[in-house]
Design a protein. Structure first.
Length: 462
């Protein structure tokens, strides 16, 4: 495990304060046993087999267990030991495919009670429906906001409370319970009759029902809504799912005190600096095999917020410790595109000094830093109100937000302040509209990251 802040660790920070302490606990294991993050639960059929289960990450890609077992109606899946956020367990049998949401698992920990029963399947369908209507993915959800923090009530708690009182959520739960009676383990084929992932449009209309094409309902009708009349299609189910999914906010509500900040650095050879000249990546940094991009930051002395622990989390001015990513993970958008990324959750109005290094882990400044004796500046202000502070820089650029000895043609080696506007894009030290591979002109568009969601907290109600 890397010893710096990762998106996963940011999302799962303070787990015991988010209600996750009852979701997983440390595993006691023999010294020679492989470390694992383990999921355990039960299913509503007997004779379960390990091959019937999958684990899906936040993008619905499979996470391969290194060990899977099942017996009777229980299962256990051992995943490579790390922190996981907003994953799903899927079990397929005969004509049914069922999924349960697991908000988080820590290293060498166990998520128990992940049962593919009516309650967990219904909860998962509600969240899947909401995400589809909003055009989002599970990786954009915040586990802490979904579960709540002991002060505010998370979406999971709201949904499960609503299951226990008369209303649309309870109605949907009872529908799922009745549909589950149609599980037929003797059937086999490439498609399941139910419950595939629902597809909804922006107004929450169901365009692809979790009950499938419902040819099976037409053949053998089912009174899934309990009104005494057997249904031959999914219309009533889909209308109920629409009504229920629209009630909740699985992504939580904006954090009033903090915001997710993404620092990105363009390391491509053709990138332009703040003077529209090709940036010289190796004016100060030396290139050699095995190097990668690192971020080093600290709280600026002029920041209204001073916090020693936060300063350490930003790197405390020590080079080549906080590795950035260009592999499509941890907030990075596209693997291998030369745009390196690191993300932090930071207090609004914080002022940060930072720079990038092209180095080896633990290497000193010499031969790795962009330029010596100066730093970049960022003020944590969500200018466009999208829930992120997104900063795009070009490695080695001495003509944008470099604090002292700035070489921008309009400054002639001057120092920028917290209000200096070099390109008509607003203060240089804040997030800006950008043009890919260029920091010399005001870009046409803001970028809202899609690889990770904004920082949220639990809402107080639906």
């Amino acid at each position: 495990m890397r010893n710096h802040i990762l998106i996963g660790s940011v999302l799962l920070a303070g787990l015991t304060g988010c209600g996750l302490e009852n979701l997983f606990s440390n595993i006691g294991r023999p010294a020679n046993e492989r470390p694992a993050s383990t999921v355990r639960g039960a299913v509503p059929w007997s004779g379960a087999a390990a091959s019937q289960f999958r684990v899906l990450d936040g993008d619905a890609n499979a996470i391969e267990p290194f060990q899977a077992s099942a017996s009777g109606s229980t299962y256990e899946l051992r995943l490579p030991s790390t922190s996981y956020a907003m994953i799903r367990v899927q079990g397929g049998i005969g004509n049914a495919v069922l999924r349960a949401l697991v908000p988080g698992i820590g290293e060498e920990s166990t998520a128990s009670g992940v049962d593919l029963d009516a309650r967990q399947v219904t909860e998962n369908l509600i969240v899947e429906a909401w995400l589809s209507a909003k055009g989002k993915s599970f990786r954009q959800l915040n586990a802490g906001a979904y579960l709540g923090d002991g002060v505010t009530t998370g979406t999971r708690t709201l949904i499960r409370k609503d299951f226990d009182v008369a209303g649309p959520a309870q109605d949907l739960l009872h529908m799922v319970e009745r549909v589950l009676t149609r599980i037929d383990p003797s059937l086999s084929g490439l498609d399941f009759d139910f419950f595939e992932v629902p597809v909804l449009n922006a107004t929450f209309d169901v365009t692809a029902s979790p009950l499938g094409t419902t040819g099976w309902l037409n053949r053998i009708p089912l009174d899934y809504d309990g009104d005494g009349t057997a249904e031959r299609d999914s219309t009533k189910f889909d209308l109920k799912l629409k009504a229920v999914a629209a009630r909740y906010r699985p992504d939580g509500c904006p954090d009033p005190g903090k915001v997710r900040v993404l620092f990105t650095a363009d390391f491509n050879a053709n990138s332009l600096d703040g003077n529209c000249a090709t940036a010289n990546r190796f004016k100060w940094a030396n290139d050699k095999p095995g190097k990668q991009l690192f971020f080093v930051g600290w709280i600026h002395e002029q920041s209204p917020i001073q916090d020693g622990k936060l300063n350490l989390a930003l790197g405390a001015g020590v080079p080549n410790q906080l590795a950035m990513y260009d592999d499509g993970t941890n907030g990075d958008e596209v693997s291998g595109d030369g745009i390196w990324t690191i993300a932090f959750d930071l207090p609004r109005a914080l002022r940060v000094g930072y720079k990038f290094t092209w180095g080896l882990r633990g290497q000193p400044w010499t031969g790795s830093e962009e330029w010596p004796g100066n730093s970049r500046l960022l003020e944590v202000v969500d200018v466009n109100g999208d829930g992120f502070v997104y900063r795009r820089d070009v490695f080695g650029d001495e003509a944008t937000n470099k604090d002292k000895g700035n070489l921008n043609n309009t400054l002639s080696g001057s120092t920028i302040s917290w209000t200096t506007d070099l390109h008509g894009c607003g203060p240089e030290v804040q997030e800006q509209r950008y043009t890919l591979h260029s920091m010399c002109v005001c870009g046409a568009d803001w970028i809202t990251p899609q690889s990770v969601g904004p920082l949220t907290v639990a809402c107080t109600g639906p």
